[in-house]
Design a protein around this ligand. Structure first.
Ligand code: FAD
Ligand code: MLT
Ligand code: ZN
Length: 474
């Protein structure tokens, strides 16, 4: 056989995986070379769809021989372009979407082992079938994959009670950049035998290897739920309400999300069936969820006492409690529908920031002034997982304008936001990662020692630099 070079690579991949697992030509690869928002578009030498860990290792070895770089991709729901190839048409996209096996559910160990391409929804379902619950929840859970969730250290609405993906991973199987398979699929809560290597791959965005399987923590189900949608006079009231609810609900507080009126307006306008629970407009809204194993009556008492106290302190001006699973789903729809609704009005600049919760209101006032000075009228679609200090500060074009103005001002707007984030000791990416778009910003705002350490890790694991180059590290 010919030596493996970029020119012969496709032929070698087809020989190893079979012809249908290797796609070439835009008609077959288009779905893999652009992201769901249409914000990133690249081109690929080929898209490969291996069906097993061994096949992933084969692809990695062949690409390494040919000196061709690999872009791992799961559900392609990422926000920063990390799963999309660059425009050179010289990279191979490795899609995990054929790796969909739930390998094992171990209820006694409260653990589940799945292939990287299993969707988050499928993990929820498999856990439920064994009377357990996996607490990561994202608006994208029907499409995003466990491999992608690990690689981005995904967050979402459940972080307040259960932590981020990093906190939910017990073990990983990873194909390393040289093609070796690291079998770290241990379902142990305690393992003090050296560096916690699995954590290196969580949040690495595919730059250190390809996650092929994961062991995840499961939890007891919490079927008793109370879901409340409240109107707030301002963001400061939302922060004070969180503190009040923590006192009343303690560990029963499962989610605390805030939504600005601008964000809600987009959902009401662009989501079929969405309706405003209140008769009049309010500046901000809160979505509160309490959860418990079985004590629904206790949850009702907590809601009554907590929200009652909030009314007395004028933190809340209206409230509605979901009376049925359908009403609960409708309230969550108002929150989870924001991403898609914002996408419907054109380009968006996604800024996924975090600051200490105590600074949220002051931060928002400062950053609002900063972006308004750059592009008057720019629409601030602000919402997020405020229980974690995480605000999605997403910008859309001013009403009546076109996208060009927003895109022309994007560098200045981004700098305006990050300067204020830095002044508040915040993070420029709370949960979406750095991908392709935020590497330059990270290089400008992160501590140089931290960046140098990251480069050292990258060089040690991937000296040839073939794993997702251009992502995470500039
Ligand atoms: P992809 O988009 O395919 O890839 C993301 C990154 O992971 C890329 O860098 C890719 O190279 C790498 N990668 C993928 N699979 C692997 C693998 N097996 N091994 C190594 N690297 C890999 N995110 C949040 O954190 N919180 C939210 O609340 C949230 N809400 C969302 C709501 C909507 C409507 C949408 C569309 C997205 C949302 N996201 C959210 C973003 C996204 O869903 C997450 O980042 C998710 O974890 C990405 O998973 P994926 O399988 O789609 O990964
Ligand atoms: C969400 O929480 O809905 C997403 O992470 C935010 C986004 O789409 O920017
Ligand atoms: Zn989010």
């Amino acid at each position: 056989m010919n030596p493996t070079t970029p020119d012969t690579l496709v032929e070698h991949l087809r020989g190893a995986l079979g012809p249908t697992a290797v796609l070439t030509g835009p008609e077959d690869t288009d779905g893999y070379t652009a992201d769901w928002r249409g914000a990133y578009r690249g081109a690929a030498l080929a898209v490969v769809r291996p069906g097993s860990t061994d096949e992933v290792a084969t692809v990695v070895r062949l690409c390494r021989k040919a000196g061709v770089s690999i872009v791992p991709q799961g559900g392609n729901t990422g926000m920063c372009g990390g799963g999309v190839p660059d425009a050179s048409a010289t990279q191979v996209v490795l899609s995990t979407t054929r790796m969909r096996r739930v390998r094992e559910v171990d209820p006694a160990n409260d653990a589940i082992t799945v292939d990287a391409g299993v969707t988050l929804d499928a993990v929820h379902e498999a856990a439920r079938a064994h009377g357990r619950m996996f607490p990561l929840t994202l608006g994208s859970q029907g499409s995003c994959t466990i491999g992608g969730n690990v690689a981005t250290n995904a967050g979402g609405a459940g972080v307040l009670r259960y932590g981020m993906m990093r906190d939910l991973v017990l073990g990983l199987e990873v194909v390393l950049p040289d093609g070796q398979v690291w079998d770290g699929l241990r379902g142990l809560r305690k393992d003090n035998t050296g560096y916690d290597l699995k954590q290196l791959f969580v949040g690495a965005e595919g730059t250190l290897g390809i996650v092929t399987a994961a062991v995840l923590r499961l939890f007891p189900e919490t079927p008793a739920r109370a879901t409340v949608w409240v109107a707030l006079p301002d963001l400061g009231a939302g922060v004070a309400l969180l503190e009040l609810l923590k006192k009343h609900a303690g560990p029963r507080l499962g989610a605390y999300e805030l939504v600005s009126r601008t964000a809600l307006d987009l959902v009401l306008e662009h989501t079929v069936g969405a309706h405003d629970p209140f008769g009049q407009s309010h500046p901000w809204y809160g979505l509160i969820e309490l959860e418990d194993a079985d004590d629904a009556a206790r949850l009702e008492e907590v809601v009554e006492a907590g929200v009652g106290a909030a009314f007395e302190q004028e933190l809340v001006t209206d409230a509605v409690v979901a009376g049925s699973p359908a009403q609960r789903a409708a309230l969550w729809g108002l929150r989870e529908g924001i991403s898609e609704a914002q996408n419907a009005v054109g380009a968006s600049l996604k800024q996924d920031v975090s600051v200490p919760i105590s600074s949220l209101a002051a931060f928002t006032a400062d950053v609002d002034a900063a972006v308004e000075a750059v592009l008057p009228g720019v629409r601030r679609v602000t919402y997020g997982h405020v229980g974690d200090g995480n605000l999605h500060y997403n910008l859309s074009k001013p009403d009546g304008a076109d996208d060009a103005g927003l895109l022309d001002a994007s560098d200045a707007l981004t700098k305006a936001v990050y300067d204020v984030v830095a002044a508040y000791d915040g993070s420029l990416s709370a949960e979406h990662g750095l991908g392709r778009t935020k590497t330059a910003a990270a290089a400008a705002y992160k501590d140089p020692v931290e960046l140098a350490l990251m480069r050292t890790v990258k060089a040690a694991l991937d000296p040839a630099g073939t794993m997702n180059p251009g992502v995470l590290l500039a």
